[in-house]
Ligand binder design. Structure first.
Ligand SMILES: [Zn+2]
Length: 76
């Protein structure tokens, strides 16, 4: 196990399948991503294909331009 993962981005991926409790579709599937490091919110995207692509790439995608932890007040 490799516990050292300095480049790991901590984020939350939210996926709504769009299906209601009765199994019928309420709305198109959608997904959004919220980075817990920088607070950036990506998405939401709508539609099965868009969601599939989003879920598959958002972590890598965001990591590429994540500014990292944002400090409200930086101690000079
Ligand atoms: Zn980020």
């Amino acid at each position: 196990m490799n516990r050292a993962a300095p480049e790991q981005v901590i984020g939350a991926l939210f996926i709504d399948s769009g299906f209601g409790a009765d199994g019928h579709r309420r709305c198109p599937p959608r997904a959004r991503y919220e980075c817990l490091l920088c607070g950036t919110r990506e998405g939401p995207v709508h539609g099965a294909e868009q969601v599939r692509l989003f879920v598959a790439s958002i972590r890598t995608d965001h990591r590429a331009h994540c500014p990292g932890p944002q400090q409200g007040a930086q101690a000079a």
